[in-house]
Ligand binder design. Structure first.
Ligand SMILES: NC(=O)c1ccc[n+]([C@@H]2O[C@H](COP(=O)([O-])OP(=O)(O)OC[C@H]3O[C@@H](n4cnc5c(N)ncnc54)[C@H](O)[C@@H]3O)[C@@H](O)[C@H]2O)c1
Length: 320
């Protein structure tokens, strides 16, 4: 078991990953870069803990419901077959205790990683920031430590040389709201050791994820190879003023039976992440392109603080 987990980055995904690891009995240390990062991350830890436990509590109402097995929070309950309200109460009590006891926050990187079995890097989708932290970390990590990145859009081969341990470095990619959508895409680069890859697959299972193994590097993994073009197509319709987010989402939901549309997904992902992805496209610098228009509109929303569900407002209003 990779017991001691360090999560670098206390944003949307880093917080969820750390909590999921704590819930499943791992010692979790969030490495954050400053006191102000602690101020931003602490309320997220509280908010996501509450969401996870509320979803677990609400799962009792799904018992006996024929679609319960499709809707239960899969990261919180490993097996739905044979579940009872009593078993959920036991999970709630144990989970609450684990979330309270297993989480630590540390600013001093050397202290944070001193006994790390695995470091999960989940910092902003900014290659320079990631390289800077890998360089800072490489001489501090114990020999045993496996280092994984949660980067959605960048390949591990891009960073391997900066880690000082390319054979122990690979991608472990989670989906947002991981306690419900418990996928973990595991993707090595050509220099990743096969045994380390297997250990990470086993770790993903340990933290109640379903490991989805990629056999080679693929930009966007399996999920984002499909999801990113889908979200971009929706944002193009919006930025080109073909239609508005509410109508676009309604169209998608009515036509496919999907519970949410692309703009609701974007609000969950967070508009800063969406902006960071679009701004890497060179076309976003050219005023005549739709990529430019998307970035401009996103920047306006971000400047107004409308960054998605976490902020209470994004494309849609969550305050009511
Ligand atoms: N948001 C999603 O739905 C999602 C899904 C899967 C994977 N990811 C990936 O997870 C990673 C984080 O995304 P997020 O949505 O949580 O972003 P976020 O903006 O919510 O959080 C980023 C975190 O990184 C920290 N950070 C930035 N630069 C840093 C530095 N130099 N040193 C230390 N900390 C630094 C920030 O303080 C913040 O806590 C990205 O690589 C992203 O591609 C995101």
């Amino acid at each position: 078991m990779l017991k001691n987990v360090v999560v670098a980055g206390g944003g949307v995904l880093g917080t969820q990953i750390g909590l999921m690891c704590a819930y499943t009995g791992h010692n979790v240390t969030f490495w954050l870069r400053s006191e102000s990062s602690i101020e931003r991350t602490t309320p997220k830890i509280k908010r996501y803990s509450e969401l996870m436990l509320t979803d677990l509590e609400n799962a009792k109402k799904l018992i006996g419901n024929p679609v319960g097995k499709m809707l239960y929070p899969r990261g919180m309950i490993r097996t739905w077959d044979g579940i009872t309200a009593e078993k959920i109460d036991e999970l709630l009590a144990a989970g609450k205790k684990s979330l309270e006891e297993n989480i630590h926050i540390e600013i001093d990187m050397a202290k944070a990683v001193a006994d790390a079995d695995i470091v999960i890097e989940s910092m902003s989708e900014d290659p320079e920031a990631k390289i800077g932290v890998y360089k800072q970390m490489k001489d501090l990590l114990p020999e045993k430590t496996i280092l994984v990145t949660n980067s959605s859009t960048m390949l591990p081969s891009r960073f391997a040389e900066y880690t000082g341990r390319p054979e122990k470095y690979l991608s472990l990619h989670f989906a947002n709201t991981i306690w419900k959508n418990n996928t973990a895409e595991v993707m090595g680069h050509p220099g990743t050791n096969a045994d380390i890859y297997k250990q990470v697959v086993a770790f993903a299972d340990e933290i109640n994820m379903v490991p989805l193994q990629l056999h080679k590097e693929q930009p966007g993994y399996i999920l984002n190879t499909m999801l990113v073009p889908f979200l971009k197509a929706a944002q193009e319709l919006w930025a080109n003023e073909v239609s508005d987010p509410a109508t676009i989402d309604l169209t998608w939901k009515l036509a496919t039976g999907a519970p949410v549309g692309p703009f609701a997904i974007l609000d969950i992902v967070g508009l800063e992440t969406s902006y960071n992805i679009h701004i890497m496209d060179p076309r976003s610098k050219d005023e005549s392109t739709v990529e430019y228009k998307i970035c401009k509109l996103l920047k306006e929303m971000i400047d107004r603080g409308e960054t998605g569900v976490n902020a209470g407002k994004g494309y849609f209003d969550y305050t009511k």
